[in-house]
Design a binder for this molecule. Structure first.
Ligand code: FAD
Length: 497
């Protein structure tokens, strides 16, 4: 039975929400979690992730503390390097073009490691991302791109760990319970209106934490805020993140914040469905483009595929693909690099063509000017300088010269059959714009004053990401700010008892 009242209502049951629920419980608050999706579709975007989490660490000893089951043999065959807080700060500044709110970044970075340890103390288990973030060179795995750790079991494993921790801590989760609006007056927020299994009613609380995701699954808002054409993007994850949490808060006087015209969007299989398919998870993404080239319908390259490690380019390249004629591109590889392609290139649902000659390959690229595509590949091949050694583990500087669209790293001549090509479109992951919060994750109103009783965490917080995003930061932000929001909400609720 959904109660009439509680200390803290949490809206959503993804990673940020469940971290908030745990933190509120730690303060002794009784917590009710409202999740819009039915149980079999719950878990939000969190469920669709690979569970990769970006956190600072100073070397293998820090990792050993987080993952005590790392074996000596694993340590011996891996170069984990370090990802210091300074590197994390640099990445956030560089990728967001110095727009990210420094207070939020400070919390995100400085609390990243301790928040991982907090998750661990709550039953979460982690492992190195051997499959995606390290290539074996001379018998050793070298990690690159600042992304080294994943939750065991990926996104589904993370959701399962959250649900176990919730059950252990007497946190009640109600599914098919859609928060519709905030109960608020001049003294702040006092609960929510919720539609639970078809019936709308009030649920009173001392605090509310909004963690209901962004507006990526709302084509009308996408077009309104991201711009024309974004209605045509495919949604990579849950169909339930339609901006409810943001709308409810704005209706209660909250201040919008951040990059409302920006989002995280990637190359995603051209024939993927409208929303994420939980059975495929993130398998529709196609992130090995640094080792090949991308060609559009006109047969042209349009992007520097090797500008940086994929962690630092993938989140903005979806938008570039959306801008191409027909909103698609083909990624092309030759046999020299197919062993480097990530697992997602081998799923059953992939849109792929193969051929033994480049002439045959371009003829098989649906909706592409084949003659121009062939000329583009020849021009590209002629521009590659091969005197620099190819090395997938570092930005090797093996580049093209003289092309209008350069390739800055990992440029290989495409000459070894069989050739493979993969059709991609734009898949939106989450939106960057959202609500303004302070360092206690309180939602601020349009006069710059905290709204009493209202907190926010996760995708619907604005001000952290602009233009681009370092891979693995979404989950980390959910943990850090979910924990802060839940802690603040729990403490405030208890003080009002
Ligand atoms: C395919 C894919 C792969 C990804 N891979 C990674 C990765 O490896 N690492 C990483 O860091 N990030 C990754 N991300 C991004 C990551 O998923 C998000 O940043 C993060 O999970 C967001 O967490 P959240 O709790 O804010 O939102 P969600 O996990 O989306 O949770 C929001 C929840 O709110 C619910 N909800 C919505 N409206 C209401 C309402 N009115 N009432 C009640 N409930 C409501 C939704 O149903 C949903 O369950 C990936 C995303 C996708 C889609």
């Amino acid at each position: 039975m959904l109660p009439e009242q509680c200390d803290v209502v949490i809206v959503g049951a993804g990673n940020a929400a469940m971290c908030a629920a745990l933190a509120a419980r730690e303060h002794g608050a009784n917590v009710v979690v409202l999740e819009r999706a039915p149980q079999h579709e719950a878990g939000g975007n969190t469920r669709f992730t690979a569970g990769a989490i970006r956190c600072a660490y100073n070397g293998v000893e820090d990792l050993r503390e987080l993952m005590p089951d790392l074996t000596e043999e694993e340590i011996a065959r891996s170069d984990f390097g370090a990802y210091t807080e300074e590197q994390f700060f640099d990445d956030m500044a560089r990728l967001t073009e110095n727009r990210a709110n420094p207070d939020l970044v400070e919390l995100l970075v400085r609390r990243s490691r301790e928040s991982m340890m907090w998750l661990r103390s709550n039953g979460f288990r982690f492992a190195p991302i051997y499959g995606r973030q390290a290539f074996k060179v001379d018998g050793r795995f070298k990690f690159w791109g600042g992304l080294t750790v994943e939750a065991r079991g990926g996104g589904p494993g993370m959701v399962e760990a959250h649900m176990k921790a919730a059950a252990k801590n007497n946190i009640r989760v109600f599914y098919e319970a859609r928060a519709m609006s905030l109960l608020h007056d001049d003294n702040g927020v006092h609960g929510v209106t919720v539609r639970y299994r078809g019936k709308t009613r009030a649920l009173a609380s001392k605090s509310v934490v909004l963690a209901a995701g962004g507006f990526e699954s709302n084509p009308e808002w996408r077009t309104r805020y991201l711009g024309p054409g974004w209605d045509l993007a495919k949604v990579r994850g849950t169909r339930f993140n339609t901006g409810d949490g943001i709308r409810m808060a704005l209706d209660a006087g909250a201040s919008p914040c951040g990059n409302w015209s920006g989002c995280h969007a990637v190359g995603w299989d051209r024939n993927a469905p409208e929303y994420g398919d939980p059975n495929v998870g993130d398998g529709f993404q196609k992130h090995s483009y640094p080792f090949g080239i991308m060609i559009n319908a006109n047969g042209d390259r349009f992007i520097d595929e090797g500008a940086d490690f994929r962690n630092y380019t993938y989140a903005k390249y979806g938008a570039m693909i959306l801008r191409q004629p027909g909103q698609f591109a083909w990624q092309i590889f030759d046999a020299k690099v197919t062993h480097l392609l990530r697992d997602e290139y081998r799923i059953r649902e992939v849109t792929r063509v193969k051929a033994d000659t480049l002439e045959d390959l371009v003829a098989r690229l649906d909706d592409v000017d084949a003659e121009k595509a062939l000329a583009t590949i020849h021009d590209y091949n002629a521009a590659v300088h091969t005197e620099i050694e190819f090395n997938p583990n570092v930005k090797d500087g093996r580049r093209t010269y003289g092309l209008q669209v350069p390739k800055s790293n990992w440029a290989n001549i495409i000459d070894t059959p069989p050739f493979e090509a993969y059709a991609v479109s734009c898949g939106i992951t989450f939106t960057f714009g959202g609500l303004r919060i302070n360092n206690d994750a309180q939602v601020m109103d349009t006069d710059g004053v905290p709204i009493p009783g209202l907190y926010a965490a996760g995708e619907l917080v604005g001000g952290l990401f602009y233009f681009n995003y370092p891979g693995g930061t979404g989950l980390m932000s959910g943990v850090v700010f979910g924990r802060i929001a839940g802690g603040s909400a729990g403490k405030a609720a208890i003080s009002k008892r």
